[in-house]
Design a protein around this ligand. Structure first.
Ligand SMILES: [Zn+2]
Length: 135
């Protein structure tokens, strides 16, 4: 006697006899939901195709996410592909739309708003320095 397992897609109901194939198929549904809400770029600034979501997740350097709903789907996919997500690295609260870039030196994601704040802080110091010369 052989017991046969079947896996069913939660979204469309398609049946699979292999768990990994089913998970892969469900991920394709998720990738479809990301279209129009997520753009991922490679280090050269080329837009990555969401049709090959595994490659996109693997090599992406910059991510634009329009809304939290899409972000939640995307981070889940990062997680199941074994990659750390921007929200694990970023301590400030993220407001969408949001833009993230990967810092190769620090091996962590950066939130553009944090970079802007740092830039503004430095700019203020620069102006203080310039003003000190004037008076
Ligand atoms: Zn399906």
């Amino acid at each position: 006697m052989t017991e046969i397992h079947t896996y069913r897609c939660d979204i469309c109901g398609k049946a699979f006899d292999n768990e990994d194939d089913c998970r892969e198929h469900e991920m394709e549904h998720d990738a479809t939901k990301l279209k129009g809400a997520v753009v991922m770029l490679d280090p050269q600034g080329e837009v990555l195709s969401l049709d090959d979501i595994h490659t996109a997740i693997e090599i992406t350097y910059a991510i634009y996410v329009r809304c939290k709903e899409a972000a939640d789907i995307l981070w889940k996919m990062f997680d199941s592909n074994g990659y750390c997500t921007p929200i694990e690295d970023i301590e400030t609260s993220v407001q969408y739309p949001a833009f993230f870039t990967y810092d190769e030196d620090e091996c962590r994601w950066q939130y553009m708003r944090d970079l802007e704040e740092e830039y503004n802080r430095l700019l203020k110091l620069k102006i203080t320095a310039e003003n000190a010369l004037l008076h």
